[in-house]
Each structure stands twice: as structure tokens, then as C-alpha cells.
Design a protein. Structure first.
Length: 214
């Protein structure tokens, strides 16, 4: 559990432990002129959140972790694999028209494109709009004509931290990242199997969960 909203008394306890560690709850209570029973809930919160460490027969020790450190540690510990959702995929030969229909049916804003089962492109809503305005024949033109293609696709990997994936979304100003597994083909070239996606919605949902302390 992470409790970012520390009370004034909890802050005081942290200061006392920092200055006197290791220190028993009895001695912390004495310094605050309170009873041990009164302090018990505060000490429980501080140890559960990892800010203090309770060592039996020794006393309390400050772990050096601020609540912000703890949040950052928690976010870094979450892997892309834990959060990825199902990617919406069409094959390169699919028409732009059918791809737009897929986008509506699947309620997504980014479509991934594959060729022979490997990632070959990405198409966003604006890519569709741009080309619809341009007067392309949407029924006759395959999606491959308008997609952003490899090797220009920004990808993420299952073992990457969700924080690094979020940084990629921000830095490249994109809404969605394909989650991929790298494979080496018989001709020695690298190719990516598409195993999921991370989107801005993934990150927003995680943010809400952390905010609600779920
Ligand atoms: P939109 O433009 O619809 O708001 P994005 O911001 O995601 O959606 O896309 C902007 C541009 O970046 C589009 O041309 C799209 O093809 C491309 N794009 C989207 N996702 C990626 C990605 N993961 N890697 C590289 N390019 C991408």
C-alpha cells in the first residue's frame, strides 16, 4: 500500500526516526509525549508503505524512501506484459475502406498492419482522414499505401517497464505502441511478432488505479 497523504504526526515520526535510528516505538512515543497505543496506527501505516522498517528487538529504521520514490518504484516494477491489451490487426492487402470499418467496429484509434504474420505498419485516424481528403479510392487502395511502415515504427517489448513505454508515447507524440517479440528470419533479417498493444488509455487506466490505491 502506498499512502502519499502523510499526516503532520507521521511526518514528525519520520523525522524522529531519521535522527535517532534505530529507535523503539516507546522512545518515539516519549519524544512526542504520546502513548505507544496512540502511535500504533501511524507506525503501521509507515511500515506498510515501506517508509519505515520495523526490526524486531532493534526498533524502527528509516528506509530512505520518500512516498514519491515508492510511487516511482511501483510504476517501474510494472511491466508492459502485465498491462498489454489485444492489438487490432489487418493484413497489408486489406483495403483502406475495410480497415476504416474495422477501426469503427473495434472502437480503436490505431490499427496495426501485418505482412506474412509480422508487423509491417501502423495507421492512425489522421492517416485515414488525410488520405480520404486526398481523394484516394478507398475501396481499391490497400492499407499498405498509407501506413507508416517498418523500420519507422516505435515498438515496446513485454519485459520493458510501463514507464519506459509511456515515455515513448510522449516523446514520439503517438497514441499507441505495438508490443512485439523479435524473431530472426532464415535470411538473417529481424522481424516482429505482434503480441499486444500499449495505448494512452492503458496509461490513463493505470494512473486512475494508482490514484485510487487499488
Ligand atoms: P493521430 O495522428 O490519429 O492523432 P497518432 O498521434 O498515434 O494518431 O499518429 C501520428 C502519426 O504517427 C501517424 O502518421 C501514425 O501513422 C504514426 N504512428 C502511430 N503510432 C506509431 C508508432 N507506434 N510508431 C511509429 N509511428 C506511429
Amino acid at each position: 500500500m502506498i499512502d502519499i497523504q502523510l499526516t503532520e504526526r507521521q511526518e514528525k515520526i519520520i523525522d524522529i526516526v531519521k535522527a535517532n535510528q534505530p529507535i523503539t516505538s516507546e522512545n518515539i512515543a516519549k519524544k512526542l509525549q504520546l502513548t505507544r497505543a496512540t502511535l500504533r496506527p501511524d507506525l503501521a501505516i509507515l511500515t506498510m508503505s515501506g517508509i519505515l522498517d520495523a526490526r524486531p528487538k532493534v526498533g524502527y529504521i528509516y528506509t530512505g524512501k520518500s512516498t514519491f520514490n515508492l510511487i516511482s518504484e511501483k510504476i517501474r516494477s510494472i511491466k508492459v506484459a502485465d498491462r498489454k491489451s489485444v492489438p487490432i490487426i489487418v493484413d497489408e492487402g486489406t483495403s483502406i475502406y475495410d480497415s476504416i470499418v474495422t477501426m469503427f467496429l473495434e472502437d480503436t484509434s490505431t490499427i496495426f498492419v501485418t505482412s506474412k504474420g509480422y508487423l509491417s505498419g501502423v495507421v492512425s485516424r489522421k492517416d485515414f482522414l488525410k488520405n480520404a481528403i486526398g481523394g484516394l479510392n478507398l475501396n481499391r487502395t490497400p492499407i499498405a499505401v498509407i501506413m507508416t511502415r517498418m523500420p519507422n515504427i516505435i515498438v515496446t517489448y513485454p519485459e520493458e517497464s510501463i514507464l519506459d513505454a509511456a515515455i515513448k508515447l510522449i516523446e514520439h507524440e503517438i497514441d499507441s505502441l505495438p508490443v512485439v517479440k523479435e524473431e530472426i528470419l532464415s535470411n538473417g533479417e529481424k522481424a516482429y511478432k505482434l503480441i499486444g498493444r500499449i495505448t494512452k488509455t492503458t496509461i490513463t487506466r493505470l494512473f486512475v488505479e494508482l490514484g485510487n490505491n487499488e
